[in-house]
Design a protein around this ligand. Sequence first.
Ligand code: ADP
Ligand code: MG
Length: 674
Amino acid sequence: MRSLFSIKIEELKGVGEKRAKLFAKLGVPTVGALLRYYPRAYEDWSEPLSIRQAPLDVPCAIRATVLQRPSEARIRGGMTLYKVKVSDGESDMELTYFNNRYIPLMLKEGKQYIFYGKVKANFSKREMTAPEFADAAKGPGVHPIYPLTQGLSSRIIESVVQNALELLPDAMQDPIPEAIRMKYGLCHLRYALENIHCPRAMKDMEIARRRLVFEELLILQLGLLRLKGRSRTENRLRLLRDDSDGYFRLLPFKPTEAQRRAVKEAVADMMGSHPMNRLIQGDVGSGKTAVAAALSYCAARSGMQAALMAPTEILARQHYDTLSSLLKGVHTELLTGSLTAAKKRAITEGLQSGEIQLIIGTHALLSEDIAFQRLGLVITDEQHRFGVAQRAALASKGDHPHTLVMSATPIPRTLALMIYGDLDISVLDEMPPGRQTVDTYAISGDKRLRAFRFIKKQIDAGRQCYIICPMIEEGQNDMASVNEYAQKAREEWLPGCKIGVLNGKMKAKEKESVMEDFSKGKISVLISTTVVEVGMDVPNATVMMIENAERYGLSQLHQLRGRVGRGAHKSICILISDAQNEDTVARLKTMCLTNDGFRIAEQDLKLRGPGDFFGHRQHGLPELKIADMTQDVNVLKQAQAVAREILREDAELSSPAHRGLRAEVRQLFKNKTD
Ligand code: ADP
Ligand code: MG
């Protein structure tokens, strides 16, 4: 397989310079890459139907004989129309083609063909418009459908792939060792590649697909396990004792049972025989920060340093404010990109000497000149925004430190398994007392003024309010561009109210001062793009209004909604949307019906599919080519078990039987797993 990745695609029959460029656009520069460029769907020509059996308006294959020579007629606009009568011996059908003068030459009277396309019913007559066709005697099989780019049709790709398949060596190596293939009933790689591209029948494709999914997930799991290096490492940074009860006494509130449980689980990990590797999953507002603080406190009391990385400067600062006032006696500092050089130097030194016990920051923490004296605990907040490699980079500043990741996106368990591999999970499934559900209303734009009247009342009562407008994209003419919107709000909708504006283009300093004004109550209404999505904690805010709500995923809407309902006052969320398609209406309705983040996440997954659910880049995993997070959970579990088994025997993947796997893992993770 390796060597096929060094053969340029131009070397294939049927690929010149121009096509090579188009293939490059698809991310397919070599023969090896082409063989791993899997079809996204198939047209099954292998089991043609009769005319009567054919469903209406769904693409399908039909076997029929041409009854007469195609007729030709000129129609308006200089078009030529060809009509072809066909029959399967039981019923007739009429085919229509436009402007294709080869039709009379290609479709021969008395001959049988397979026609592929949609059948329509015109009164009692069946007809097809411009179906594709093939000689029935040749027994056409299954045609692959590839993701396209302009200038490369699926048929072209199919024929080039056929040429590529001919290059497969007779004694082809398979990265999956034979013993594993036998045990799990997986076909050989060669069979898999041939049948994922050009199967004779759909069941052959299924066999091929199962193997390729297994392979992809096995390699993914091997890579993730190796990144964590967990199976190899002993815990060299044990907590000296459990200091969490001392911490709980520092809290201004009573911890929830769920928080207490999560802290105890994590402390047990940190006292155990392997470094901790734990995910804290909790809905917005469930109090994850208090758990992070507990562990930072325990780490500091046992003489270790802790680092907490947040995705944005604002969030980092908020954590800093919370933790530094809570953990008196723990030397805490904030590190972000916007520090002065002198301050940054002081922090660098303090970390190196061990004087700083807890550092909170953005990805500035990853900078090369940051080193620790004894890094024992790495915490990342809102974890799906960091890549696997980024987390690993921070951890590599210590000697296998404990890691804790906090996720506010409630991820269905199956997906968590997929992404985090063997991470242990604590779930904060209980809200702090007094938290209320946020009533949610979906309204159309013409009710906006009523919404503003409600907001005005809230402000008069001393409450605060968020309004979210979509991000302005370059060159896009947005009705709700934030500044324009703010101007209208000042002049028309909310005259006399103190309004602040926040958008993604502002400098960090400006953003921060606006946020600060809002959290101190100097501003009553914060009009913003989704930069408030993560972390903002202003208990006095009681209204979250979201313009163009159709543009957001359910989980994102839920995150936004989680910014309100944090204090003693009744809070509401208003979703404004004029979109009328069923999907959108269903999504917004889900928001109105439930406040349960897990239910919302499951629903989101159902409605939008997993690709969208995460957005490929967000979770920082290599992109999956064939496995499907919703369908292939069972294969995933198998692959995970096999990956563990393999690494238990051969942690470095250095035995000859595992050499192929090792090469694939390195390729998928771009060499980061060594
Ligand atoms: P999230 O899980 O969304 O990060 P936070 O950690 O920001 O939630 O907590 C949300 C709010 O709830 C904060 O104002 C925090 O002080 C408060 N809080 C956390 N735990 C408790 C508790 N056990 N009792 C009361 N309030 C709590
Ligand atoms: Mg948080």
